[in-house]
Design a protein around this ligand. Structure first.
Ligand SMILES: C[S@@+](CC[C@H](N)C(=O)[O-])C[C@H]1O[C@@H](n2cnc3c(N)ncnc32)[C@H](O)[C@@H]1O
Length: 265
């Protein structure tokens, strides 16, 4: 981690689950109650802000952008769920949702869970892996809030966050899935304000996924039908390996490695 991070409680009481409370403790980060504004904090670069129901990551100091949280109930996730184009979205075509229903997907690089949420909202069972503990905390917090919402509850019930990485899953004899989905970090070409803000905290606290190439052979060994890799438009192939075919979108592309046709069954 290039920057310092602490856990900061905004309220004396919070109502997070035992799982989330345990995950927060296991981060082993300094923690305290916030008694000044974020702009005035200078002892840590970033804070994981814990209030009664949600958890956010916030940059400190003057000019810091608004905190980032995982919100599957409102905002961009809700808008995309209602008006995003459903099964005609590139991610749905790349995974093969239109060819087979109820696909079981391993999302090896879950991050903030946006792609996993889209796939689950289109009927996939998604098993998520995220190796950075504080990102797992943010994701778990978003999942718990959305599980309590009537509209998103059925979607969240199709999503499971593992406490391991995909390679640990394999080492423990984890089952193969229909599709393995990969979206490792890569310097991003999208310069929109929202992407910049999120990328800034990912870049500061996580860096780039320099070992991303190793994920492809692992993913290919755990998929029955296909591996889907999300890439920025100009990025080289993961592991220098040419995909079976590509879907090119406005902001990026999907590289699809087909192992077996979904149409044959
Ligand atoms: C670009 S983000 C993924 C964004 C995600 N698709 C979404 O929709 O929010 C990449 C994430 O993958 C995680 N990651 C990279 N390599 C990983 C690995 N080998 N195992 C687990 N997580 C990994 C990083 O920590 C980071 O959070």
């Amino acid at each position: 981690m290039n920057c310092s991070l602490a856990v900061c409680f905004l309220e004396k009481c919070h109502s997070h689950s035992a799982v989330l409370t345990d995950m927060l403790q296991q981060l082993g980060l300094p923690n305290y109650f916030l008694e000044k504004t974020l702009k005035q904090v200078s002892d840590y670069d970033y804070l994981l802000l814990v209030d009664t129901t949600s958890i956010a990551i916030a940059k400190t100091g003057k000019g810091a952008p608004a905190p980032v949280t995982v919100n599957f109930v409102n905002g961009a996730a809700a808008h995309r769920r209602k008006f995003g184009g459903g099964k005609s979205q590139d991610i749905a075509k790349a995974v093969g949702i239109h060819k087979k229903s109820g696909l079981r997907v391993l999302d090896a690089t879950a991050g903030l869970g946006r792609d996993a949420f889209v796939l689950a909202s289109l009927g996939c069972q998604v098993h998520m892996f995220e190796r950075v503990p504080f990102v797992r905390v943010l994701l778990q917090s978003g999942l718990e809030q959305a599980a309590n919402d009537e509209e998103t509850h059925p979607i969240i019930s199709k999503m499971a966050l593992a406490g391991t990485t995909l390679s640990e899953y394999q080492a423990r004899g984890g089952e193969k899935a229909d599709v393995v989905y990969l979206d490792p970090m890569y310097p991003h070409a999208d310069k929109s304000a929202a992407v910049k803000k999120e990328m800034a905290f990912f870049r500061d606290l996580i860096g780039h996924d320099d070992d991303a190439d190793q994920l492809l052979p692992l993913a290919l060994s755990l998929a029955n039908y296909r591996v889907v890799v999300k890439r920025p438009k100009s990025a080289p192939y993961l592991n220098n390996q040419k995909p079976t075919y590509q879907l090119l979108g406005k902001a990026g592309r999907f590289d699809i490695y087909v192992l077996k046709s979904l149409e044959l069954e």
